[in-house]
Design a protein around this ligand. Sequence first.
Ligand SMILES: NC(=O)c1ccc[n+]([C@@H]2O[C@H](COP(=O)([O-])OP(=O)(O)OC[C@H]3O[C@@H](n4cnc5c(N)ncnc54)[C@H](O)[C@@H]3O)[C@@H](O)[C@H]2O)c1
Length: 444
Amino acid sequence: MSKIKYAVVGTGGRIPMFIDPIAETYHENAQIVGFCDPSPTRMKWHLDRLVKAYDYADIPCYGIDDFDKMLVEQQPDVVIVCTPDYLHRDYIVKSMEHGCDVITEKPLTIDAESCAIIMEAVERTGRHLRTAFNYRWQPGASKVRELIGSGTIGKVIHVDFEYMLNTIHGADYYRRWHSDKSCSGGLFIHKATHHFDLINWWLDAIPESVYALGELAFYGKENAIARGQEAWTKYDRYTGVEAAKKDPFALRMDEDETLKQLYYNAEADSGYIRDKNVFRDGITIEDTMSALIKYRTGVVANYSLNSYCPREGFVVTINGDGGRIEYEERSASHIITGDKEIRMEANHKRSLHLKVQKLFGEPYEVPIEEGPGGHGGGDPLLQEQMFAKKPTKDELGRNAAHEQGAASILVGVAANQSMESKLPVNLNDLWSLSPEAKHLHELA
Ligand SMILES: NC(=O)c1ccc[n+]([C@@H]2O[C@H](COP(=O)([O-])OP(=O)(O)OC[C@H]3O[C@@H](n4cnc5c(N)ncnc54)[C@H](O)[C@@H]3O)[C@@H](O)[C@H]2O)c1
C-alpha cells in the first residue's frame, strides 16, 4: 500500500509533535514529502535531526514563495499547518483548493472573517480539516469528560475555570509574535482556545454568547515602570545583554543549544527575534482576562486567564444538579521548543488532583494514570489518531474537525469584541454554527 504523503508548513518549535512520530513510529504508513518555511536554518535543523535520529531520507525544502510549487511537485495527501496563528487561514484554504486534507495546529484561526473563509472553503472543496486539540487527549481531561458523560454529577449547571500561566511559560508569549494581537488574536484566542474547547467538549455544548473584560496589567514598559522596575525596560532583547544578566524574565538563547540553533542562528533568515524584552512598548495583547460564557444548553461558564502567576496550571470546578467535580493540574515550569521541553526550575513538579463529591455524599479522589510522552501522554494518543493506519476507536469523541475548531475560537473572537465594546457578544453574529444544534457532537 502506498504511504500517505504529508507536507509541512511552519517548521518552528512545535513541529516535532507531527514530524517525529511520522519518522519514528508511523513510517510504514506515512511519509514527509516537503518542508516550507521562511527559514532555511530551521528547516535544515529539523531535517538533520530526523536523519540523525531516525535515519530519515532527505526532505525537499521550500521557501514561502514556493508553497504552491511544493504542492504541485510533491502532491501531498495532507498538509500540516504549524505557522504563526494568523497565517493558518491562507495555508488551510490553499491546501484544500489544491485537493489536500489539512491538519492545523490550534487555534483554527484568529478572527470571524477568517473563520467564515475557512468554513466556506471546507464546504466548497469537500476536504477534511482537523484541528489538533491535544488537551482533549490528556488522561485527566479525558477522565473529566467520562465522569460528566456518565452522569456522575447529574446535569451540569455551572463551570468555573481558572488558568494560570507563570512568569516562565506565560512570559514567553510577550517575547515574540504572540505579543502582536494581529498575529495571535491575543491569549483569548491563542491560549484559551484550548480551554474553551475543553469546556465545550466536557459539557458537549455549543457556546452561545460571551461577555469579557481584559487588560495588559503586568507586562509592557508602562506597567514595569509603574512598579518601579524601570531597570528591566532598558534593553530591547535579552541574549548577550550584560545589563539583563540578573533580570529574572531574561531568555538567553545562547545558553541553550536548541534555542541557539533553531532561532538565534536563524535570525538573518527572516528577522524573527525570539527573545524581545517583555517590558517593552508595542505589546498589543492582554495578560489579565475574564469571560462569562453562556451555552445553548443553558450552562454558564466563568473563565479567567492570567499570565504572570508564580505557578502554572489550572483549577476547574463543575457543579451539577447531582454533585460537583474539582479538577486541578499543576504544571512543571517549562517552555516547549524544538525537540524538547526546556525546564526552567526543577522544583515545579507536575501533579493532578481530581475529586468528586455527590450531593449529600463524601468527597472522593479519582485516580488518573498518565502515560509517557507530551501533555501527560495525551500527545502520543492524538498522534496515533492522526497517523496510524487503523487508529484506536475514539470512544470519547476526542477528534475535532473544522466546526468544533470554530466553536472554540469563536468564544475567543467574541471575548475580544466584548472587551472592546463592553457588551455581550452573540456568537451567531460572528458565524452561525448549525443554528438548530445544541450539542458539540452535532458539529463536525
Ligand atoms: N497545541 C499546543 O500545545 C501548541 C504548542 C505550541 C504551539 N502551538 C501552535 O503551533 C503553531 C506554531 O507555533 P510554534 O511555537 O512552533 O512557533 P514558532 O515561532 O516556533 O514557529 C513558527 C514557524 O513558522 C514559520 N513562519 C513564519 N512566517 C511564515 C510564513 N509566512 N509562512 C510559513 N511559515 C512561516 C517561522 O519561520 C517558524 O519556523 C502555532 O499555531 C501555535 O499556536 C500549539
